[in-house]
Design a protein around this ligand. Structure first.
Ligand SMILES: [Cu+2]
Length: 311
């Protein structure tokens, strides 16, 4: 009798330990599937890979490659209708998007994309600003969405992004009307001493959820009775001495470029000034009338020509 009871006890014990081992196995499997590659996002139909280095994203212009393939067969899928939507969930409590560039289909299942990040995920001292989410929408409305969480670092060294504000050019802010914000993003500085070319991207805020490219004849806040604003005429000028200004060439997609820029020496830190005037109103760093002494009259980029090109 006692022996049988003991046998039963052992059996139960064995059953228990087997269950526990099974559970442990299951748990391990769960962990394995949870431990997914942050550079890969799977949707019903697509395997979407952030093919550029996700650990090297910093505030300002970020160009990267997304590879899309059939989730079942693995075959690359060119020719898709792909849109991207970056969104920052701020610790402060609100959300906002960021300007994006045109998506380029490389024809081999890879797509080149650009996000102009407006803010780093955290400051140099570790203060967390918020979390960026990057949605890749495939197949238009009602399509499928892949999601990534890029960690956007503060940019180091040369300026990657500067801001300007409208004076009477305003938008509805979160609490009240506020000066419209403009953002100038450095693209490239090329060339050599006294003959540089500088390219940049210009965007404006319509709302926290809409930042758009700015060029001649774009209508900002279209349909808004109070804040609709026609970007015409627009004058975008560049200088290295704040005295002689060169009009930048517009690609009519937010991209601008000046070439033959004098006044910069390779490997010596210098400054490039960008002046923006729309409908005769000069945009300033603080939204006040231009002081005329350089304190608020234009955006200032600190640059070091001849160093590694920043994209
Ligand atoms: Cu933010």
């Amino acid at each position: 009798m006692l022996q049988q009871a003991f046998k039963k006890f052992i059996q139960i014990l064995m059953l228990f330990s087997t269950l526990m081992i099974l559970q442990a196995c299951n748990h391990e499997e769960d962990e394995e599937t949870e431990e997914t590659d942050p550079a890969v996002s799977i949707t019903d139909s697509y395997h979407v890979k952030y093919a550029s280095d996700m650990t090297m994203i910093s505030d300002g212009k970020s160009t990267f490659t997304i590879e899309i393939s059939d989730v079942n067969t693995g075959s690359p899928l060119p020719g898709l209708n792909v849109n991207l939507m970056p969104m920052m969930d701020m610790v402060a409590g609100h959300m906002h998007d960021a300007p994006v560039g045109t998506v380029i289909d490389n024809g081999d299942g890879s797509y080149e994309m650009t996000v102009y990040y407006l803010m780093p995920s955290e400051m140099m001292d570790g203060t967390v600003m918020g979390e960026w989410e990057l949605k890749i929408m495939i197949g238009g409305m009602g399509g499928e969405t892949a999601t990534f969480h890029p960690d956007v670092m503060m940019s180091m060294g040369d300026t990657t992004r500067v801001g300007l504000k409208g004076q009477s050019d305003m938008i509805m802010g979160m609490m009240a009307a506020e000066n419209r914000r403009y953002f100038v993003f450095k693209n490239q500085l090329m060339g050599s001493t006294d003959n540089h070319s500088f390219s940049f991207f210009l965007a404006a805020r319509e709302s926290m959820m809409s930042h758009v490219a700015v060029y001649e004849n774009v209508t900002l806040n279209q349909g808004d009775a109070t804040y609709e604003y026609l970007v015409s005429p627009i004058v975008v000028e560049v200088s290295t001495d704040a005295t002689s200004w060169t009009a930048a060439m517009s690609s009519d997609d937010g991209n601008y470029m000046v070439s033959g820029l004098t006044g910069l020496t390779d490997n010596v830190q210098g400054e490039i000034y960008v002046r923006l005037t729309i409908q005769g109103e000069q945009k300033t760093t603080n939204g006040l009338a231009p002081a005329g002494d350089g304190t608020n009259d234009y955006a200032v980029f600190t640059v070091t020509p001849g160093m590694t090109m920043s994209m």
